[in-house]
Design a protein around this ligand. Structure first.
Ligand SMILES: Cc1cc2nc3c(=O)[nH]c(=O)nc-3n(C[C@H](O)[C@H](O)[C@H](O)COP(=O)(O)OP(=O)(O)OC[C@H]3O[C@@H](n4cnc5c(N)ncnc54)[C@H](O)[C@@H]3O)c2cc1C
Length: 402
């Protein structure tokens, strides 16, 4: 009879995957029965998804088989979807079975935030998973192919609306504006026929980011033909059109929704108290009132006490949380009761703008263009290195820095 405590990790994203990897590296499987559950048999890098969405990178580059990184003899892997967490019974309901646990890690990531705007779920695309971005890329190509077949040309087929000019929206617009000239060439369509709108409700693109860097990004993207509509809330999305609060209507067959995220709906469904779908966790990353349950990544809300506002959900934080969490799990299975507090160490933020362009703030230093783009690739490679060492960097990394 196996008396080892059971640790179940839900979600193999940045948080879950790194927690599993850290536990494996420290041989925690010798003292605990560890299971990782994910809806796919691969891990993908959410932070890269704007690239395959626009078609500037193949989606296979963003993903890797879980068993190529995690030793599934040490950490059990179950490919299944989580349906509900019965926290009082310490039980997980999967689509295809059930699991019980002594310690639970929830790292199920996020879902698009629609703010209740009608029509978004039905008529807009989202950048969320390998499957969702493959659909966007194929749809974009289909739009170019079908334009050529139309006797009477419909401009909405070549009009692309990106709702939200935060980090994800701007990164996608950057890639798309790089990809469009290639598609125009391939499908023999004049560049002027294609319209890209970046629509943002806040008074600025990249709200809260350094003004000079925002200006650099907007100028660059405008020079590639992107039209910004800032301070312009969207009232409704209908099939083939976006209705703006100022009364304007943009006809478009491709509306991509990037106005922010909320935590996985599994949390609300499972009765956790949430704010925009995220659980405000204790300092040691436990769910309030549940000493056996840890929540990390986009599912967790942590407050930046300097400004008394939540930290934006990032991979950077999810990865750092995985380090603290794996230490805490090891402490618990060793019978200790004192746990580490999670303290984010924000190293900076870099946003890619497509091609060899990016902007970033690293420490106090502002980065632009080529050097920012190289730093962004180094950040991406660093994660691969932490997860799977040099072999993974060589296999999946962005080696062409400049
Ligand atoms: C285009 C884009 C660019 C970004 N750029 C940056 C950046 O430059 N820097 C940065 O720090 N952050 C960036 N982010 C944010 C970052 O990607 C997220 O904060 C990060 O992925 C959160 O990690 P996570 O582990 O919580 O979730 P994720 O990495 O999203 O992983 C969640 C996992 O859970 C699985 N899952 C979900 N639901 C279920 C279910 N019901 N059952 C089983 N499995 C399930 C998913 O398949 C996935 O594997 C970006 C995000 C996007 C979309």
């Amino acid at each position: 009879m196996n008396n080892k405590p059971k640790i179940v990790i839900l979600g193999a994203g940045y948080g879950g995957m790194m927690t599993a990897s850290r536990l494996q590296k420290s041989n925690a499987h010798q003292d605990a029965d560890i299971t990782l559950v994910n809806k796919h048999n691969y891990h993908y890098q959410t932070t890269w998804l704007h690239e395959p969405a626009a078609g500037t990178m193949h989606h296979d580059k963003t993903r890797m088989k879980i068993d190529s990184v995690i030793d599934t003899k040490k950490i059990h892997f179950i490919k299944d979807s989580v349906v509900e967490i019965k926290k009082e019974e310490k039980k997980i309901i999967l689509e295809d079975g059930e699991l019980d646990y002594d310690y639970l890690v929830i790292g199920l990531g996020s879902e698009p935030e629609t703010f209740g705007i009608p029509g978004v779920t039905e008529h807009a695309f989202s950048i969320r998973s390998v499957n969702s971005v493959r659909l966007i890329r194929e749809h974009i190509e289909y739009m170019f192919a079908s334009y050529n077949k139309q006797d009477e040309k419909h401009e909405d087929v070549l009009t692309f609306v990106i709702a939200g000019a935060g980090f994800t929206g701007i990164e996608f617009v950057g890639e798309l504006s790089e990809r469009i000239p290639e598609l125009c060439e391939e499908y023999d369509i004049a560049r002027e026929k294609v319209k890209i709108y970046s629509v943002e409700a806040a008074p600025s693109a990249l709200p809260g980011f350094d003004e000079e860097l925002v200006e650099y990004a907007m100028n660059l993207l405008e020079s590639r033909g992107v039209e910004f509509k800032i301070n312009t809330p969207i009232k409704e999305v209908q099939e083939g059109r976006v209705l703006l609060a100022d009364g304007e209507e943009i006809k478009s067959q491709t509306i991509v929704w990037t106005t922010g995220i909320r935590g996985s709906s599994i949390l609300e469904k499972s009765g956790f108290e949430t704010m925009r779908g995220r659980v405000k966790v204790e300092k040691d990353l436990r769910a309030p009132g549940f000493d056996d349950t840890f929540i990390i990544g986009d599912c967790a809300l942590i407050i930046n006490e300097e400004i008394n506002r939540p930290y934006p959900p990032t991979a950077q934080i999810a990865i750092q949380q995985a380090y603290t969490l794996s230490n805490n799990l090891k402490a618990l299975i060793a019978g200790k009761t004192e746990l580490e507090e999670f303290k984010p160490d924000i190293k900076g933020t870099v946003a890619s703008l497509g091609g060899k362009e990016a902007i970033g703030l690293v420490g106090e230093r502002k980065l632009y263009g080529n050097s920012a783009s190289a730093v962004k690739k180094l950040i991406d490679n660093r994660y691969l290195f932490l997860l799977g060492g040099m072999p993974l960097v060589l296999k999946k990394g962005k080696l062409n820095l400049f």
